[in-house]
Design a protein around this ligand. Sequence first.
Ligand code: ADP
Ligand code: MG
Length: 529
Amino acid sequence: MKSIYDPVTVLAGVGPKTAENLAELGLITINDLLSYYPFRYEDIQAKDIEEIQDQEKVTLKGMVVAEPVVSHFGYKKNRLNFRIMQNSAVINVSFFNQSYLKDKVVLGTEIAIFGKWDAKRKSLTGMKILGSPADLENDFAPIYHVNKKIRQNTLIQLIHEGFDQYGEEIQEILPVYLTQHYHLIGKRQAMFAMHFPNTAEESHQARRQVIFEEFFLFHLRMQGLKYKEKNLSKGQSILYNVQKLKKFTQSLPFTLTDAQKKVTNEICRDLRSKQSMQRLLQGDVGSGKTVVAAIALYAVVTAGFQGALMVPTEILAEQHIESLNQLFDPLEVRIALLTSSTKAKARKQILNELAIGELDVIVGTHALIQEGVQFHRLGLVITDEQHRFGVDQRRSLREKGLDPDVLSMTATPIPRTLAITAFGEMDVSVIDELPKGRLPVETRWVRPAQLENILDWTRKELNKGDQIYVICPLIEESEMLDVKNATEIYQHLSEFYAPDFQVDLNSFSKDRQEIMAHRCDQLKAAFLS
Ligand code: ADP
Ligand code: MG
């Protein structure tokens, strides 16, 4: 049976040596060959010679009207001369020191030549003969990435032969309704036109088909992964108490935005479902993701399950436990913080309570679930600002016999299409609205050269009575990383603002946070790296 996946050696003239050379270009099968698309085309439409500038590099196409003649001159120098006729204009063509091209110039046949135009003499200094006359049905010559062993023309011939023998074997993979709906030209026609388009429009349509198909298959594979992931899961249906959840949301000091309601519903639907949730929750800083997380955790607890909230730093963990403590009724939700600074004794107690189910919610850094922590009945894991809770972590949890729902929160705006790519195995929820009356966060990226402007701007803000946070990636200088460290910037800024304003170096200790906290709502933050 003939198949498009037959090896290239089935083609006449492809012996072991050529096959080896083709393999270097990654071309093993006929399919490889036929889908080895050119990286560009040379436009070989005959140009009207009246429009060509002197010394312009152009392609001319015409009939050879005089026998090619080679003349020798000087020491080992030669010139190949012939004439072509294009739209009744006769043009002289000369190639220098390429007398071997003579055989390609056949009287009475069409030829296309790329070269430099001499307007005065109406002659072309040839640089390249484009294809053989047989290839000149089209106005675009394909140009491929080739190497020394496989030349353009060899490749073109092989591709032609491949289509002759295997064109019929090319199978359409898109369903007919999609091809019709998007007015695609179909795989078979597209593959051929990718190499040998008749017109620019056909070339465009061929690319549309090929690109559509590539994305379609990619998307399909991602959906397949997601499907497999879901079916692998021994996820649990978390039947939360609707009444309690309603009461909880009503007790919040504000009403949820529509966007918060929408994502909360999406999450709750996943909790109830038997399959385990794998959801990305995206929303700007201040859009209210934490409240949504709190609602999800509360829901899980009302169903008798435990929840874990994992964050990248201890400071964030502390902030989160504080907000959760304010939101939750202490009688209803038993909650604890577990970080690397938790004292051994407290740690032991927390771990014990987690294991026997006396704790409902645990907040900590992501080491939380890695350090052999035992859960009584883990139902939900929420991660904040870390994109890496993926298939691997999930697997390691599964190995422990756990298959919780997972919600990953991020403030990084991820375009939907990209989210599908990078988080293909996840569903995506977006909070696309800030609570009413909130000033939107403005994020700008500036070059180091603009630092002066930034400093002038900060001075203006300080003059208005505002406060400023400067956040640096490092506390002290590092040999490993070429980024700004806090100590250096602190010194620099102290000098800059002295004696008008006071600068403090802060590694987020409690009392220092309080100094800043009273105007926190008008906080201006700057990041330097
Ligand atoms: P995020 O985690 O998305 O950055 P937070 O959940 O920390 O945002 O919310 C930021 C602030 O907005 C918090 O003080 C929170 O109490 C408040 N907030 C959240 N949702 C609302 C809302 N619907 N209306 C008013 N304030 C809200
Ligand atoms: Mg947050």
